[in-house]
Structures are given as structure tokens and as C-alpha cells.
Design a protein around this ligand. Structure first.
Ligand SMILES: NC(=O)c1ccc[n+]([C@@H]2O[C@H](COP(=O)([O-])OP(=O)(O)OC[C@H]3O[C@@H](n4cnc5c(N)ncnc54)[C@H](O)[C@@H]3O)[C@@H](O)[C@H]2O)c1
Length: 362
């Protein structure tokens, strides 16, 4: 069977990671790469033995041998490139954040629909934590109905600042509204929400949001690029409808980095029959717990324990993309699902700016 040929545009930190992970693809291969930095382009081609190199993405998109492209440049450049890629008949896997805002996700979806080739895959790399073995355990457990009617989905993931700058030098785009659409919500929120909403089979429909965002604190000013203007801390209350039951579910969300708080993570799905305590990132000795009522009061039961690796989550998006192209089936996070998350994020930013609650318009 002919191998699927992929092209990768953007050879920075995450582009290099995709190439490393692509080495274990079965039935697909990266045969073309592109970056505006000539030296990085040539070094990368040598390191990974990639036959075709381009400094102009339009030329890569015009290459008829390329079936699909991975877009790994900063967010402000990706939508225009994605639209061109669909117009050139390519399948598209885009990095996270999926786009700068929901209007851009709609542009991508329209371009996907208008592609001259049928059934183009449009996928987002925010899916990557679904590649961890515990994600399947969680999904299967939720499917048993043991949690009953879900009431609250809760994520609190606040990270203490490390002793030295985590990025040196700090990337310009990372906390810039005009380059990344926002700050930590766009950087981490897309993983967090893709994970929790995806585990629930996308049955939560966000309706209304009340949120606050906060800028970086003075003590860690040097951890962010001096031109940064986006948040490093976000708190949101999101009123959702569970479409499987038409009942309300509250999603409470807090993410922070470089904070004055000690690191603290709580991931819960709280139902009327039981509560699942989980964890998104890979870690050694990761555990999943089921808390539930008994005649001795609420007890905690260990559901699963295991060690997951960094490669398992980093390799997931490109493997999932290649599988979706090969099988002609849906990727784990198609653009339609990314639109739900990005629409919620638009409402979070609107609420934080206005001080009012805002409707989520998907
Ligand atoms: N760094 C990470 O760990 C990480 C993880 C997951 C997702 N992401 C996302 O991936 C995107 C890129 O992040 P990064 O850290 O790799 O950034 P980066 O700045 O390290 O790399 C971006 C690369 O894109 C290239 N580029 C810019 N414009 C281009 C163009 N028009 N054509 C071709 N190449 C172009 C740059 O030269 C650079 O090599 C961001 O949106 C980020 O949110 C990053």
C-alpha cells in the first residue's frame, strides 16, 4: 500500500517534536518540510533525512505528492495557511491553539468544506493527552454510568514558578494577544478542555461563562517576554448543558503559571453516584480514583495505576492524523470540536474584559 506523505510547516520546538514522533509512523512518512529559517531547514532535513525542503510554504502546498500537512508555526499565521492547505486539497493537522478565535475556526471549517478534494481531515493537536492509556480507562469507566448524573466537572491546575526561567529566552508569541490569541488559556486551556470535554464524549455544551483573567505577577516578570500582554492566570465558571440528559453541568476551571501559589492540581468529574478523580498529564505512578457513597460513608477506590510517558502523548496527534487519513475516519479532535472549545474561550475573554457573564455562541 502506498504510504501517506506528510509535509510539516514550522520547524521550531514543537515541529522538531513532531518529526521525532513521525519516525515511528506506520504507513505514513514526512517527506517535505518548510521553514523560513534556511539554516534550521537544512539542519532538520539532515537530521531526519527528509528529501524535500521549502522556505516558501506555498511551494510545499503545491506539491502534488503531499497528502496532508502539519502546521506548527505560531497561531497568528496558521489559519491563513490552513485555508490555503485545504484549497490545495490537503488534509490539515494544526497545532494548538486551534486558531486565534472562533471566527477563524469557522474560516477553517468553511475551507475544509470547500476543498476540491472530498473528505479532507481537519484536526487539532490539542488532542494529545487522549493518547495516554489512562484516558481510555477513564472513557470506559464513564461509559459504565457509575458516576450517575454528572453535576460538576472541575479543573484546578495551578503551577508554582520553577526556580529558573522555564523558557530561555521566553518565546515572544507565548503570552501575546496578537500572536497567540491570549495567554495561558490558549496555551494550556486547549489541552485541558479537549481532555475533559473529549472524555465525556463532547456531550457538554457550554452555555454561559463568568470569568476573570490576571496578568503575570511582578516577581516573575522576567519569565515572560517583555512584550507579553496576555494572562498567566484564568478562572472561569461555565454553565453547560449535558446533551445526553438535558441537565445542567457546571465546569469550573482555573489555570495558572508563574503564580505565588504552590503547585496544585485537582481534576474531578462529580456525579450523583460517584466522583472520578483523575489527572491529565503523564507521570510515573499516575492514579485514577473513584470516590463513591457506601453504607460506611464515602469511600475511595483505586481504579487504575500506571506510568505513562512523554512520548505517548507527544506522538499522539501525528499518529492519529495519519490513521484518520488512512481510514477515512474522524480524528480524535476534529475542527468542529475545537470550535466548541474556542467559542467557550472567546466567551471567557469577553467576560473577563467586560466583568459580565457572556453567552457562548458556538
Ligand atoms: N513549544 C511547545 O512545547 C509547544 C507545544 C505544543 C504546541 N505548541 C504550539 O505550536 C506553535 C509553535 O510553537 P513553537 O514553540 O514550535 O514555536 P517556535 O517559535 O519554536 O517555532 C515556530 C517555527 O515556525 C517558523 N515559521 C514562522 N513563520 C513561518 C512561515 N510563514 N513558514 C514556515 N515556517 C515559519 C519559525 O521560523 C519557527 O521555526 C505555537 O502555536 C504553540 O502554541 C508549542
Amino acid at each position: 500500500m502506498k504510504k501517506i506523505n506528510l509535509g510539516l510547516i514550522g520547524l521550531g520546538v514543537i515541529g522538531q517534536m513532531h518529526l521525532k514522533m513521525a519516525q515511528t509512523l506506520d504507513g505514513a512518512q514526512v517527506t517535505a518540510i518548510c521553514d523560513v529559517r534556511e539554516d534550521v531547514l537544512q539542519n532538520t532535513a539532515n537530521t531526519f533525512s527528509i528529501p524535500k525542503t521549502y522556505t516558501d510554504a506555498d511551494q510545499l502546498l503545491a506539491d502534488p505528492d503531499i497528502d496532508g500537512v502539519v502546521l506548527a508555526m505560531p497561531a497568528n499565521l496558521r489559519t491563513a495557511m490552513g485555508v490555503k492547505a485545504f484549497a490545495a486539497g490537503k488534509h490539515v493537522l494544526t497545532e494548538k491553539p486551534v486558531a486565534m478565535n472562533a471566527a477563524e475556526v469557522r474560516e477553517l471549517l468553511a475551507a475544509q468544506k470547500a476543498s476540491p478534494m472530498p473528505n479532507r481531515i481537519g484536526a487539532c493537536c490539542s488532542c494529545r493527552y487522549h493518547g495516554l492509556p489512562s484516558a481510555k480507562v477513564v472513557k470506559d469507566f464513564i461509559a459504565t454510568g457509575a458516576l450517575g448524573q454528572i453535576r460538576v466537572v472541575r479543573v484546578r491546575a495551578v503551577m508554582a514558578a520553577p526556580p529558573t526561567m522555564p523558557f530561555n529566552p521566553p518565546p515572544i508569541w507565548r503570552l501575546r494577544k496578537d500572536l497567540n490569541g491570549g495567554g495561558i488559556l490558549m496555551n494550556w486551556g486547549q489541552y485541558d478542555c479537549d481532555y475533559m470535554f473529549g472524555l465525556l464524549g463532547w456531550r457538554l455544551q457550554p452555555q454561559r461563562v463568568m470569568a476573570r483573567t490576571f496578568p503575570n505577577i511582578e516577581a516573575y516578570a522576567s519569565y515572560a517576554h517583555p512584550s507579553s500582554d496576555a494572562e498567566t492566570h484564568v478562572v472561569a465558571f461555565v454553565d453547560c448543558i449535558d446533551t445526553s440528559s438535558d441537565r445542567p453541568v457546571v465546569f469550573t476551571y482555573e489555570r495558572g503559571e508563574f503564580t505565588s501559589s504552590a503547585s496544585d492540581e485537582i481534576w474531578q468529574m462529580i456525579g450523583d453516584k460517584g466522583t472520578l478523580r483523575l489527572w491529565m498529564k503523564e507521570k510515573p505512578g499516575k492514579q485514577l480514583w473513584f470516590d463513591h457513597p457506601t453504607d460506611k460513608g464515602t469511600v475511595s477506590e483505586l481504579l487504575w495505576e500506571g506510568t505513562e510517558t512523554w512520548d505517548q502523548q507527544h506522538g499522539m496527534p501525528i499518529h492519529d492524523f495519519a490513521r484518520a487519513i488512512r481510514e477515512g475516519s474522524a480524528p480524535t479532535t476534529p475542527l468542529e470540536k475545537s470550535l466548541i472549545i474556542q467559542s467557550m474561550f472567546d466567551a471567557i475573554y469577553a467576560s473577563a474584559a467586560s466583568g459580565e457573564s457572556c453567552k457562548v455562541a458556538v
